[in-house]
Design a protein around this ligand. Structure first.
Ligand SMILES: Cc1ncc(COP(=O)(O)O)c(C=O)c1O
Length: 375
């Protein structure tokens, strides 16, 4: 085994499924059905069941999932959509792509997630939807959020791109909002061998609309009759087959992520370096293990010297990204401070016990250095 601990390594999951993947590839080649077809329909059924929603619609990527959800709700020019500024830019991008304005809000200092209070303060007569992002694999208090949005007639779109299998009070990510949107980018908890995404939904009419819009707005059962202006955002058969195979392992892989997170938490207890807090009532799936320190760069350098790779999620909050400055409406101090302090530890389901122990040991040494090094 190498002494390096990469931030992410997909080799383990590919090796675990290799014989089944080889059979799948042969099956796809033999059938010649590369886009849509039985493998896509099978995965859609499985993903709907997993998310406990009646409908799952495979799409080309997570960004399209968000765009199609907003388009199906007729969100567009003149509308506002509340977006937590601490998220991957695609959440805000989808809002701008449908012609609406993102209204950026700050996040909770302990969890770095959107809060019901911030949503309530951001609502205006133009607010049509809220993007509730289950960032890092944790869900915020969905009941408190719905208590704000439902009376206001504002739709909740769950951006669950980082939260496959997370639960809040027993309910899966994606199942409480009008729509739940997923990315199956390879590094996600459930990842394809390329781009992929899905929209889950409980409303039959809205689900049919997304199903049609992802396929050029085709009328049900027709190839050249179009009832909507749609787009091409279909899921490939190969990706759907890969996702079905990996879905059978997802709960086990998420359980391993929770073990790794627990080990990091123990290692960092009583140090000045703190992991983002857990949310009471949430079963997290820890897409990312995000820690904070005002000595971030020192810690990252020391980890790198020990062969341990880290990331930053995210170094620039959305409202400070140049193309989005025109939507910014004053400082959002919690997210701005977090952007200077957060760093992400190696996290994936195939980290070995040796690698986890190595990271924990290094963290204990370095967290001590970070404290000693304080001004
Ligand atoms: C929170 C969040 N939203 C949306 C996306 C967009 O997904 P995709 O890259 O599949 O378009 C991502 C993925 O990177 C994400 O992390």
């Amino acid at each position: 085994m190498t002494d390096r601990t990469p931030f992410l390594d997909l080799g383990g999951q590919t090796a675990e499924l290799r014989p089944a993947l080889d059979r799948l590839w042969a099956e796809v080649l033999d059938t010649g059905r590369f886009v849509g077809g039985p493998l896509v329909e099978q995965f859609e059924r499985e993903w709907a069941a997993y998310c406990e929603t009646p409908h799952a619609i495979g799409v080309a990527n997570g960004t399209d999932a968000l765009v199609l959800a907003l388009r199906a709700l007729d969100v567009g020019p003149g509308d506002e959509v509340v977006v937590p500024t601490n998220t991957f830019v695609a959440t805000a991008e989808a809002v701008v792509l449908v012609g609406a304005a993102p209204r950026f809000v700050d996040v909770d200092p302990a969890t770095l997630l959107i809060t019901p209070e911030a949503i309530a303060a951001a609502l205006t007569p133009r607010t049509r939807a809220v993007m509730v992002v289950h960032l890092y694999g944790q869900m915020p208090d969905m009941q408190a959020i719905l208590a704000v949005t439902t009376p206001a007639g504002v739709a909740v779109v769950e951006d669950a791109a980082q939260a496959h299998g997370a639960r809040w009070r027993g309910r899966p990510a994606g199942s409480r909002g009008v729509f739940g949107c997923f990315s199956f980018y390879p590094g996600k908890n459930l990842g394809a061998f390329g781009d992929g995404g899905a929209v889950v939904c409980s409303d039959d009419v809205l689900a049919d609309r997304v199903r049609s819009m992802r396929d050029h707005g085709r009328a049900d059962g027709s190839h050249y009759v179009h009832t909507e202006i749609g787009t091409n955002s279909r899921l490939d058969a190969l990706q759907a087959g890969v996702l079905s195979l990996k879905l059978s392992r997802l709960d086990g892989w998420n359980a391993r992520r929770r073990e790794v997170m627990a080990a990091y938490r123990t290692a960092l207890a009583d140090t000045a370096v703190q992991l983002v807090e857990g949310v009471p009532g949430t079963v997290g799936v820890h897409h990312l293990a995000v820690a904070r320190s005002d000595r971030r760069d020192l810690i990252r350098d020391e980890l790198a010297v020990r062969g341990i790779a880290t990331g930053i999620h995210y170094p620039v909050p959305c409202h400070l990204q140049v193309p989005y400055l025109r939507f910014a409406d004053g400082p959002l101090p919690v997210a701005e401070e977090a952007a200077e302090q957060v760093f992400s530890l190696p996290m994936h389901a195939h980290l070995s016990d040796v690698q986890v122990a190595r990271v924990c040991e290094a963290l204990q040494q370095i967290a001590g250095l970070a404290v000693v090094g304080r001004d």
